[in-house]
Design a protein around this ligand. Structure first.
Ligand code: SAM
Ligand code: SF4
Length: 331
């Protein structure tokens, strides 16, 4: 990739990954993400598949190589496999993946696979119906488990499970979830709770750190060996048990990985963001709908990258939450 065709920010970070939110709608109401009562964006404010693919195409000419579809719940966007098909065909894009809560996966796994989806991350915090509902505030565990089965059947390799860790809420889920993932061959990753919940109740005292979760797992399951301590480029730190099975930790609060961040984001309503915690957005939708050419979209993306701050600053006294919550940005 030539320097002109790469998205390098003022701290030397090269951006190759684009997270695209396809909707702010969701069939769950996870406490750490959404408020119970939500007003969703009118549909006409969401980018069309053609608009999304156009931004992805321009981003690919600037060095974006991987795309992850997210939301809200991406599988709630009608005809999502069609979007996957379009994105897989974008020159320069090497991989299209998805993060989903899995509720609609059983119905869509085959179509997504046929469309060229490379990888799946499924979010799952509990293996009991009661625990699931306490966290997601809606039922759905059986459907997620059926979705995981379908994904396996379709031959998706390396299915990842994401679980958010929250003090006083998820401790009892950690060991059963880990045992389940070891048994099923899913790669489980625990994510620290970030200040992006829709009800704005986040507080540092609720953060159950990756180190604390690891201690719990070592106590109840057995000692862990670090797998990728030598690869500091990874946001997740992965561990394995000597007798088999792996587990990872994404620790954005206790061990921020901002110095290695290679991500850009496109919200469902067409705003480009350089960080989950950015308080500024770059309005691609106005360009797309106002007759802007590809050069103007490329300039907007470059400007967004150039303005990226060194770090999210959650751990600093001047930290200010973004105006939008996780489901509106795209996790
Ligand atoms: N609905 C899909 C899902 O849940 O997988 C995709 C969107 S969701 C916003 C993406 C990921 O963000 C999920 O794994 C979710 O657990 C995580 N997430 C949401 N809010 C979070 C928070 N406040 N802190 C940490 N992770 C969060
Ligand atoms: Fe929906 Fe995903 Fe947010 Fe849960 S984390 S409310 S499933 S968007």
């Amino acid at each position: 990739m030539t320097a002109a065709a790469s998205l390098v920010d003022s701290f030397g970070r090269v951006h190759t990954d684009l997270r695209i939110s396809v909707t702010d709608r969701c069939n769950l109401r996870c406490t750490y993400c959404m408020p119970l009562e939500v007003v969703f964006k009118p549909r006409e404010e969401l980018l069309t598949f053609e608009e999304i693919t156009r931004v992805a195409g321009v981003a690919a000419t600037l060095g974006i190589r991987t795309i992850r579809l997210t939301g809200g719940e991406p599988l709630m966007r009608r005809d999502l496999p069609e979007l996957v098909r379009q994105l897989v065909a974008v020159p320069g894009i090497e991989e299209v993946a998805i993060t989903t809560n899995g509720l609609l996966l059983a119905e869509q796994a085959a179509d997504l696979r046929a469309a060229g989806l490379a990888r799946l991350n499924v979010s799952l915090d509990s293996l009991t119906a009661h625990g699931f509902e306490r966290i997601a505030r809606r039922p759905g565990l059986d459907r997620v488990l059926a979705g995981l089965e379908a994904a396996k059947r379709e031959g998706f390799a390396q299915i990842r499970i994401n679980a958010v860790s929250i003090k006083g809420l998820t401790e009892a889920e950690i060991v059963p979830l880990t045992r389940f993932c070891r048994r099923e061959g899913f790669h489980l990753r625990f994510i620290e709770f970030m200040p992006l919940d829709g009800e704005e109740s986040w507080d540092t005292s609720q953060v159950l750190s990756g180190a604390e979760v690891r201690k719990l797992l070592e106590r109840d399951i057995g000692p862990l060996v670090a797998e990728n301590a030598d690869h500091p480029g990874q946001p997740a730190i992965d561990y394995r048990w000597v007798d088999g099975g792996r587990v990872g930790f994404i620790n954005p609060v206790s061990r921020p990985f901002c110095d290695r961040c290679d991500r850009l984001r496109l919200t469902a309503d067409g705003q480009v963001r350089n960080c989950l915690f950015s308080t500024v957005e770059w309005d691609a939708r106005s360009l797309l709908r106002g007759g802007g050419d590809d050069t103007s979209i490329a300039t907007l993306i470059r400007d967004c990258v150039a303005a990226k701050r060194a770090a999210h600053g959650i751990d600093t006294p001047t930290f200010a939450r973004p105006a939008r919550a996780m489901y509106q940005i795209g996790g």
